[in-house]
Design a protein around this ligand. Structure first.
Ligand code: ADP
Ligand code: MG
Length: 268
């Protein structure tokens, strides 16, 4: 059983405070969805967790199975079992997916002989043509192919905790289903814990979250089950625009702002 514990995490980028005390615990086998308005800091959270340069941690802690992640360089975080599927996967000319996986696998206790069969099996499982495996990392891949590529890395490396930053962006419905099913299978087969960042219920229909959180105002402003995601689809994030920890359930669904004389006095 693994556990990623994010506690009071505060971080800034470019001199701007983005995270103002994020608390979140993700355990093996659990799927946590993080939703929130554009610019709320969802990608910032994923980058800070993985250790992307340029982000300054100004408070709080993050541990993976008790080890202080924030004190580790990126590669040690990966070796410790943290994985990030990026919102915008980087193109790396001249470096094949195989090269990356060979070096990554060498840091663990999986035999290098297992790489090729695993890679081919995973490519088939997710419907990724073998010819793409010989291409330079993400170069000349479509948006959907890049996301399948990220998913193959996840499946081959078998991390403890995976952060998926908008893995659904650029995916058509078939690819969305393939990717979601592969990730969900990993939660059952290898006990993967997942922090999935998304705007869309479509992904959550496939990748059933145990917990749904709203990131707004630099914190987790609300948490709930799958019903919270459904509620957000209807009501949007207006209730969280001031970053206060007000659950969406407090907003009267029958309230008509146009027929409400006190509208001007209401703070949303
Ligand atoms: P989200 O993923 O929730 O849409 P981001 O984490 O990408 O939001 O961005 C949060 C805020 O931080 C935005 O206002 C964005 O412009 C700002 N930001 C992100 N990265 C940088 C950066 N490298 N330099 C300056 N500002 C940044
Ligand atoms: Mg983002």
């Amino acid at each position: 059983m693994s556990e990623l514990v994010i506690s009071g995490l505060e971080a800034s980028v470019g001199g701007k405070q983005i995270l103002r005390g994020v608390d979140l615990t993700i355990r093996s086998g659990e799927v946590h969805a993080v939703m929130g308005p554009n610019g709320a800091g969802k990608s910032t959270l994923s980058h800070v967790l993985m250790g992307k340069p340029g982000y300054e941690v100004t408070g709080g802690s993050v541990t993976l199975d008790g080890a202080d992640l924030l004190a580790m360089p990126v590669w040690d975080r990966a070796a410790a079992g943290l994985f990030l599927a990026m919102q915008y996967p980087t193109e790396v000319p001249g470096v094949q997916l195989r090269d990356v996986l060979r070096h990554s696998i060498a840091t663990g206790d999986v035999s290098i002989d297992e790489l090729e069969p695993r890679l081919l099996a995973e490519a088939d499982r997710i419907g990724f043509e073998h010819q793409f495996l010989d291409r330079a990392m993400n170069v000349d891949l479509s948006g959907g192919e890049k996301k399948r590529n990220e998913t193959i890395q996840l499946a081959v490396l078998q991390p403890k905790i995976a952060i998926l930053d908008e893995i659904d962006s650029g995916l058509d419905v078939d690819a969305l289903r393939d990717v979601s099913r592969r990730v969900e299978a990993a939660t059952e087969e290898t006990g993967l814990g997942v922090l999935v960042i998304t705007h869309y219920n479509k992904l959550l229909d496939e990748l059933h979250p145990d917990h749904v959180h709203v990131l707004a105002g630099g914190r987790i402003a609300a948490s709930g089950g799958a019903e919270l995601a459904a509620e957000l689809e209807v009501s949007g994030y207006a209730a969280y625009s001031d970053g206060s920890a007000r659950p969406a359930a407090e907003i009267d669904p029958d309230w008509d702002p146009f027929g409400d004389a006190t509208f001007a006095d209401r703070t949303l």
